[in-house]
Design a protein around this ligand. Sequence first.
Ligand code: AMP
Ligand code: MG
Length: 363
Amino acid sequence: MITERVKIEEAKEPDLNKLEKGARILREGGLVAFPTETVYGLGANALDEQAAKKIYAAKGRPSDNPLIAHIADFHQVDTLVKEIPKEGRRLMEAFWPGPLTLIFDKSEIVPYGTTGGLDTVAVRMPRDPIARALIRLAGVPVAAPSANVSGRPSPTTADHVWQDMNGKIDMIIDGGPVGIGVESTIIDVSGDEPMILRPGAVTQEMASEVLGRKIGLDPAITGTGPVRGDMRPKAPGMKYRHYAPKASLTLVEGQMEDVIWAINQLAKEKLGQGFVTGIICTDETRDRYSQGIVRSIGSRKWEESIAHNLYGVLREFDDLNADYIFSESFSRENLGQAIMNRMVKAAGYHMIKAEDMRKGIEK
Ligand code: AMP
Ligand code: MG
């Protein structure tokens, strides 16, 4: 398949003529990758089971991992869901359009091929002007998981999408780098209590403030290990290893001085053994590392920068064929909850306490 690449220059008022072809492809059951404010999505008509199947094939995604339906206008949600619970409506009004996905009981028209066999449906109204214009032109809700090959870091530029999807999909709409850089927050409002299934840029604090009470986190997020096959995760995606770089990634936790010392030790050891070795640090600590491939992921004073660069840095280490990556870890406050959720998964839960290592060596 030839993948057409379309560049949209003016993001605030996208060129509708250019988007019209993408919208037609979506209506006719094809696949179009497009930018959203979180990450690039791989879109298909959410009401067309055959089109949804093509998404799973292009990504190599397990078919029980459901898709998020993206809409452009509030009234579209009514057709997709059985009912909108009161707290769901308050969250919609506060954060749509934006990086929040809500889980509702699904209506009849949503095929099980889109929901991975579930009786619930995930819905989001993105804020990105290109995404909204495309969905509106298509005239159908657009199922769109992240536009990466399953298991790879999510794409935050059109080049990332190109690397993973060239030849597999009909079109890539290039709207430049995305803003946020991590996937949407997912809140399940289909049960008795709203529950965060995936942290994102709409933080636990922000959502709790709107509802006037603290929203809980699914145990799979706070847990320290992967969801086992016999556990039934609420967001089926949780049970798969996500966001994985090709290299072995280790997160080093602790006091900054210990962390810097430990990472330098670990990197030196792997370099000595002849491995391609990378270090993920921050602007504040960049000068403290001198060996291996050192990349700053952003500034600790501005956690948005860390979310924004996270997947790009992981992909860069893939391109450099890194064998080992050692990374500083980050606060789990606010947006840090989403950042650390992705980092810990990318590391396959492989974490080291710098202090323990230091004690071990000094003994
Ligand atoms: P992605 O778009 O690739 O970032 O993944 C979409 C995420 O939404 C996955 O983790 C899914 O498991 C989750 N999701 C989609 N639909 C539902 C649903 N009906 N119930 C729970 N989680 C869902
Ligand atoms: Mg994904």
